[in-house]
Design a protein around this ligand. Structure first.
Ligand SMILES: [Zn+2]
Length: 440
């Protein structure tokens, strides 16, 4: 199947940074076949992109999609009180609940321009399609691209952790021939996984040729307990166990020290920053400009709805470009160009798909979004780059393609019945008795 995107302004990136040019894009199958000033339609179906920006889909490098169930639920709580409250709900969730809540996340992500997400989830699909297929099944059915990780905690040889690990490996095997669904391991955090478990998962990463993602140095309480118990930072600690010897996406790193940053740069660790979540949970501001100066691959994530409370990467880009300026009292740091790169190019690198995703170029995968430049947020058109980061809100996303397939056209989703998803999620909320009727 061929699709031709005509008359659009195309966002490109080269060694000099971002630029845009009026070009046509021919998609053949799931890849961009040709980009030129004028391409004949021939047998391709045509999308008229006049007045629109054609750009790479955004990559959410750290989220927990099932946590849409926690939206507006456990707000204004201290970090460990918050964790306790959300985990109690999660104990009651089934694979089917994870399927529907992930589908709700996908609805929101597609409508705000995210075409790929790195998910740390709580169930593993034990079948490939249907409501029992958990997060991987929801991603597969919706058409979005995903990197699924099963959040794992505890010790390596308990009955429960052996069972969960076995399910995670089976899920990987089940989806092995789906290029659109990748897997990583997801050790939750160094405070929730014992040392032998972290080592076992790292060995398993090597065996299955995958990476892993882990929450690191997120709160002051975590830093204090590692200083007391281990005499080192959580980042130094996981490195001492060999965790960084495979590709890693480290989420948060709010309290990374200068030594930690050098270490992560040396070990080619990608850091997924989550500015809104860090602010909401009162955890502070990551030293992002230091990460960038050290050459660390910094990517951007929303974290889950329990701590955000939405999955909108335009909001997240906006927060990332603003909060570190405020925290450092320096207007030049973490600029719009850096932030857009985090949400595209760097996210692709973090998941091992550099050059294939996060860019518009011939041969790349056709994960593209069209932005309506006729919205007031882009007028006057002084800088489209600034518009994307500082004034847009995600509602300007008009059309979304993943793997060459149109998943949203004129803001209407083509693969998901939104009403069915909302009905299912309201039912889960009711069953888990989450309504807080004492508060508005
Ligand atoms: Zn997280």
């Amino acid at each position: 199947m061929k699709t031709l995107i005509q008359n659009g302004l195309v966002l490109l990136r080269d060694e000099n940074g971002w630029r845009y040019e009026k070009l046509d894009i021919l998609i053949d199958g799931n890849r961009i076949a040709r980009i030129a000033a004028s391409v004949a339609a021939e047998d391709a179906s045509v999308i008229d992109a006049a007045g629109k920006l054609v750009m790479p889909g955004l990559i959410n490098a750290h989220t927990h999609a099932y946590m849409t169930i926690h939206r507006n639920y456990a707000d204004d709580l201290a970090f460990f009180d918050w964790l306790d409250k959300v985990q109690k709900v999660e104990d009651g969730m089934t694979e089917e609940d994870v399927y529907w809540t992930t589908m709700l996340a996908v609805v929101e992500m597609l409508k705000t321009g995210t075409t790929c997400f790195v998910d740390m989830t709580i169930k593993s699909a034990q079948e490939k399609s249907g409501p029992r297929s958990a997060a991987a099944g929801a991603a597969l059915a919706s058409g979005i691209r995903a990197v699924i990780t099963r959040g794992l905690a505890g010790v390596s040889d308990s009955e429960e952790s052996l069972m969960k690990y076995g399910q995670a490996v089976r899920e990987m095997e089940l989806f092995a021939d789906e290029d659109r669904i990748q897997f990583m391991h997801g050790p939750h955090a160094p405070y929730s996984c014992m040392a032998d478990y972290l080592q076992k998962l790292t060995r398993s990463c090597r065996e299955h040729r995958i990476g892993q993602t882990i929450h690191l140095s997120e709160s002051q309480a975590e830093m204090d307990s590692f200083a007391k118990d281990k005499g080192m930072t959580p980042i130094r600690y996981v490195d001492s166990l060999g965790v960084f010897d495979v590709p890693v996406i480290a989420a948060h790193c709010v309290y990374a020290t200068d030594d930690d940053i050098r270490l992560m740069a040396d070990k080619h660790v990608s850091i997924a920053i989550n500015p809104k979540s860090n602010m909401k949970l009162g955890n502070g501001f990551a030293p992002v400009q230091k990460f960038l100066n050290a050459g660390v691959n910094v990517c951007l994530g929303t974290d889950g709805c329990g701590s955000n409370n939405c999955l909108n990467m335009f909001q997240e880009m906006n927060a990332a470009a603003l909060v570190y300026k405020g925290a450092n009292r320096q207007a030049q740091c973490v600029d719009a160009s850096d932030v857009l790169k985090m949400a595209t190019v760097n996210g692709a690198k973090a998941i091992g798909r550099e050059g294939e995703l996060g860019v518009v170029r011939e041969g790349a995968l056709a994960d593209l979004i069209l932005i309506n430049l006729s919205e007031p947020q882009f007028i006057p058109a002084n800088s489209i780059l600034s518009g994307l980061v500082y004034s847009s809100n995600g509602s300007e996303v008009d059309t979304v393609l993943v793997d060459g397939k149109v998943l949203m056209k004129d803001r209407r989703l083509t693969t998901i019945d939104e009403d069915e998803v909302y009905r299912a999620c309201r039912g889960i909320d009711e069953r888990l008795n989450m309504k807080q009727i004492t508060k508005i």
